[in-house]
Design a protein around this ligand. Structure first.
Ligand code: ZN
Length: 264
């Protein structure tokens, strides 16, 4: 898969009660050498590992905001890295780091886990504060954060909720990941530059409305629109929405299932 990037929706659900076959929000981006995680809803480590990803290639986790449906899997993910290193008698291939709007929350999650096996190791995980602008770059990609209004305005200059734009170094492929947003307006600074893929949440938005707004209100709508972080509306009848959304969007629309992968 050299030169290409694989995107897998590990968990496609918003913050619902447990749903059959669907877990809370998490997206995995995979290159030949590295794994990058975007949000870590419960079950993300299990879905990625059993789906065939090599978790020892993990490099970063980017959190959009502190809600449970985006962070509940953090301690289990970090614990799984330790377990796999022990089971496989191999080390992580990279230094793993977490980027989060609330560093304290991640530290609390990890320190609450301290009585478990590997507890001490887990707490050595590096955690960095997310702010607007480029938060991370390496030889594969650049990750840029943009605050949104899902959790209201900034307090003391700190925003609580972010969207991300990923740009692949080699191919120039651009992926925008909404996280939870108040409206599509929040994403305008990213969308006006165009994108190959937009992962857009439906937990707080009518999918048909999103299709119409993007088709009519953006000069260059994303090549592929992948709905994720599903709310009750789309979950009530995904088949209906698959067809109706496509009729209302000028480019390609997909409705995420857990474990669904795309190659870009
Ligand atoms: Zn959410």
């Amino acid at each position: 898969m050299s030169g290409s990037v694989k995107i897998t929706v590990l968990g496609s659900c918003s913050g619902t009660e447990p749903m059959p076959g669907r877990h809370h929000t998490s997206v995995l981006l995979e290159t030949a050498s590295s794994l990058y995680w975007f949000d870590a809803g419960e079950g993300c480590a299990h879905t990625a590992h059993t789906g065939g990803a090599d978790l020892l290639k993990s490099r970063c986790l980017f959190i959009t905001h502190p809600h449970m449906d985006h962070t509940g899997g953090v301690p289990h993910l970090v614990w799984t890295f330790q377990k796999l290193q022990w089971v496989c008698r191999q080390s992580m291939k990279h230094d793993f780091a977490i980027f989060a709007p609330s560093v304290q929350q991640i530290r609390n999650y990890l320190s609450a886990a301290s009585p478990t096996e590997f507890g001490e190791e887990m707490q050595k995980t590096k955690v960095f504060q997310v702010q607007d602008g480029v938060v991370y770059q390496d030889e594969n990609l650049t990750v840029e954060a943009l605050h949104n209004l899902h959790l209201g305005e900034a307090e003391n200059g700190e925003w609580h909720s972010f969207s991300y734009r990923i740009r692949m170094v080699e191919s120039g492929t651009v992926i925008v990941l909404s996280g939870d947003v108040r409206s599509l307006e929040d994403l305008q600074p990213f969308l006006r530059d165009g994108a190959d893929l937009l992962l857009m949440e439906t937990g707080h938005h009518d999918p048909l409305g999103v299709c119409k707004t993007l088709s009519n209100g953006v000069d260059d709508p994303p090549e592929t629109l992948l709905f994720y972080h599903h709310g009750r509306k789309i979950l009530a009848d995904p088949e209906y929405y698959r067809e109706a959304c496509q009729q209302n969007y000028s480019r390609k629309v997909l409705i995420a299932e857990d474990g669904m992968s795309l190659f870009l």
